[in-house]
Design a protein around this ligand. Structure first.
Ligand SMILES: NC(=O)c1ccc[n+]([C@@H]2O[C@H](COP(=O)([O-])OP(=O)(O)OC[C@H]3O[C@@H](n4cnc5c(N)ncnc54)[C@H](O)[C@@H]3O)[C@@H](O)[C@H]2O)c1
Ligand SMILES: O=P(O)(O)OC[C@H](O)CO
Length: 703
């Protein structure tokens, strides 16, 4: 890369730089016009304004050959320096600013393919050559901006009718830069204000703004002054322009941006342009926060060299607006059903297109029918073991490596059986983006020596992330088959909640936002205990009255226990999908209910089977959460002396621990007051072993 610094009067050096670049016809040459003398040792060409144009050829030839040149006299190319060239890849800082912009200001010349509408109007009026000469004078600094505008208008001397005809002959839609409409729509859909700033005239800019959907109050440009016809009361003759507009003067663009700031509470304003006057927007205090150079219409080397980010296509800016890379941690039945929705939503195009298409999914690697589960998912786009027949989407990428799954992710979805989460979070410490946020779909809790810990709290503690929860009547298979369903997102951070709603909501899956993380999560966790009781009732062959009794009692204990642990939990939460609706769904059709039903039947038949065995036989790799949760909750009840206050929870735990037969579920009111049979007395070893679920310690050890 050769870079030449040209010293001299700004207009002249700028023009010289452009010509040098053009002659060198080489993108790896950068010419920077600079004022004053360069520091000793830096590459510089000095040209006084009076230096003859003949000297151009010397400079341009030197640039074209990439050679150093040492010219005498007042045009002196001292030597070359190396430069990294335009920044074609945005830095982290630039990307962040682009994504958090409140307003984006476009130089209007970067929205239409013909760079200067006034020159185009001059051509239309048949005076293109004359006007171009004046434009050149402004470029080489021999005429100031205001004088040049005045002179160009004087030559053009058009009427309002001429302008109308001109717009008709060159409608904005016929000369838009590809991608500009999509970019402006994408920005506006995100609530980012769009402005057009032009050194040209409102009369020519407003039709472009209208076509692009930019409101006219967001257009900064000069205004033509008209002589009004006394007879018709209509404007008739052009008599100059209103020089009070900021764009009529040097540094007009930063002045316009300063005005935008005065009128709006914007933190971040971006200027997109292709000229030195656009670049000035970031060089003045109060101007733009970032300058993005656009080379899709005209490429000006000094602008390219100084831009914070230089792009040739607007699609690059649209792509970079996609803020959220999503990662799914888990690949069981619910993780796959949720992925069916999430992957579609990430791929779906809407104007606010906020999600990166590809979603990585962490898969606990297993062999299935002789192949690796990850390979099967990546080739067939479904998980044949945990949710066969349901597409995960071609944009889902299964990854057996937890750390690479979350690398670069902005949103982490946790959906694995709760007993494995702690060890997974420990592994991820320091591996997730600090500004990422999380959502847990997990129904379960952890009990530590100092008390309970919700999974959302565990994620927040280990990974320092805000963690919302998604809970509801959500039986995985039915959602995979796109049956109507709903859930709540319990949140603490409303901004995150809004994004998460977009990520999960779909035609058949409604999301309600609920500012009660603990309430929603406690509901999802505790209903699994009640589902075991409901399964026992089914196993006993009892009818709906008995089941309804169990469910009502269960709901009441869920509410009491949740509020006793977390006093901020709201009563309304129990009437949402995560409360009563999930309780109904899980007690009618969930896995906990199924396994408890079979446990009860086996027990009644005189051939008891353990929960562990039934889990393996009936669920084929899926995990039963209710028994673990019952043990965890019971530990808290015991610690706090609350067992008698939660008779259904306690009875379920006595049954799944093998102390009482499942027939005792109907005696839940008095079971807690009964003495617990001693292990070596009242029950045979086989009976106890068969009835006892896998102890909690074993499950934790697996993790
Ligand atoms: N299945 C549902 O209908 C449903 C609905 C709503 C919520 N949930 C909740 O979602 C959570 C996840 O359940 P799911 O249905 O996606 O899973 P699942 O029960 O269908 O499958 C078990 C998963 O655990 C994985 N696994 C096995 N051993 C592991 C280990 N040592 N470490 C890590 N992972 C291991 C398996 O590979 C599999 O992906 C649970 O908290 C559950 O309560 C489930
Ligand atoms: O199959 P279960 O009993 O784990 O319940 C599944 C879901 O949690 C129902 O919402």
């Amino acid at each position: 890369m050769k870079a030449y610094s040209l010293l001299g009067p700004p207009g002249f050096t700028r023009q010289l730089a452009q010509r040098t670049k053009r002659v060198s016809n080489n993108r790896s040459t950068v010419c920077r016009p600079q004022l004053g003398r360069a520091a000793t040792g830096s590459g510089a060409a000095f040209c006084s304004h009076s230096s003859s144009r003949a000297k151009y050829s010397l400079v341009t030839r030197a640039a074209a050959s990439g050679a150093d040149a040492d010219l005498d006299g007042d045009l002196e190319l001292l030597k070359t320096e190396s430069s990294p060239g335009p920044r074609l890849q945005p830095s982290e800082r630039v990307l962040k600013l682009w994504r958090k912009a409140n307003a984006v200001c476009f130089d209007v010349d970067c929205t239409v393919t013909v760079n200067d509408s006034l020159d185009l109007l001059a051509e239309f009026m048949g005076c293109g050559g004359l006007v171009a000469e004046v434009t050149n004078k402004a470029m080489d600094g021999s005429m100031n901006l205001e004088q040049a505008l005045e002179e160009r208008l004087r030559i053009i001397n058009c009427t309002p009718g001429d302008i109308k005809r001109f717009i008709k002959a060159h409608p904005p839609g016929s000369r838009l830069v590809p991608g500009i409409e999509g970019l402006i729509k994408a920005l506006q859909a995100r609530g980012i204000a769009v402005y057009l700033i032009s050194g040209g005239f409102r009369e020519l800019t407003l039709p472009i703004a209208k076509h692009l959907g930019v409101p006219k109050e967001n257009v900064f440009a000069n205004r033509m002054n008209w002589q009004w016809d006394d007879e018709t009361g209509e404007p008739s003759r052009l008599v100059g322009f209103d020089s009070s507009e900021p764009t009529a003067h040097n540094r007009g663009k930063p002045t316009a941006i300063a005005r935008i700031r005065q009128r709006n509470p914007y933190n971040t304003i971006i200027m997109v342009g292709d000229g030195i006057t656009d670049l000035e927007a970031v060089q003045v205090t109060g101007g733009a926060d970032l300058f993005i150079g656009f080379g899709g219409v005209v490429e000006r080397s000094p602008v390219a060299a100084e831009a914070d980010w230089y792009v040739y296509k607007y699609s690059q800016l649209i792509e970079a607006l996609k803020r959220y890379t999503v990662a799914m941690i888990g690949s069981g039945a619910w993780a796959c059903a949720a992925m069916h929705i999430v992957a579609q939503n990430c791929l779906a195009y809407d104007e606010a297109d906020e999600f990166v298409d590809e979603v990585r999914m962490w898969v606990y690697e297993e062999e299935f029918q002789g192949s690796k589960l990850t390979d099967l998912i990546n080739s067939k786009h479904e998980n044949p073991k945990y949710l066969p027949g349901i597409s995960l989407g071609e944009n889902t990428v299964a990854d057996p490596d937890l750390e690479s799954t979350v690398r670069g992710a902005d949103i982490l979805i946790f959906c694995a059986p709760h007993q494995f989460i702690r060890s997974m979070c420990k592994q991820l410490i320091g591996k997730v983006k600090p500004e990422a946020f999380a959502i847990s779909l997990i129904k379960g809790m952890r009990v530590r020596s100092d008390g309970p810990q919700l999974i959302s709290q565990l994620v927040a503690k280990y990974l320092a992330l805000d963690c919302s929860v998604l809970m509801g009547a959500n039986i995985a298979g039915d959602i995979g088959r796109e049956q109507l369903s709903e859930a709540v997102i319990g949140y603490a951070n409303p901004e995150h909640a809004k994004v998460l709603k977009k990520l999960f909501e779909t035609r058949y899956f409604n999301i309600t936002l609920l500012p009660d993380v603990a309430g929603a999560e406690m509901c999802g966790t505790l209903k699994n205990i009640v589902a075991l009781a409901a399964g026992m009732v089914d196993g006993l062959g009892l009818g709906p009255n008995s089941k309804a009794t169990i469910m009502r009692q269960g709901l009441s204990e869920m509410r009491g226990f949740s509020k006793a642990l977390y006093p901020t939990v709201r009563d309304e939460t129990f009437f949402e999908s995560c409360g009563v609706a999930d309780l109904i769904a899980t007690c009618l059709g969930g896995r906990n209910r199924l396994v408890a039903t079979e446990y009860t039947r086996a027990s009644l038949s005189g051939s008891p089977v353990s929960f562990e065995q039934l889990e393996a036989e009936l669920l084929k790799g899926q995990k039963l959460q209710g028994v673990l949760t019952s043990n965890e909750v019971q530990e808290i009840l015991k610690q706090r002396g609350w067992e008698a206050e939660y008779p259904l929870f306690t009875t379920v735990n006595r049954i799944v621990s093998g102390y009482f037969p499942p027939t005792d579920i109907v005696n839940f009111k008095e079971v807690p007051s009964r003495p617990i049979p001693s292990e070596d007395g009242d029950l045979s070893d086989e009976e106890l072993a068969a009835r006892r679920p896998r102890p909690l310690a074993t499950a934790e050890a697996t993790a």
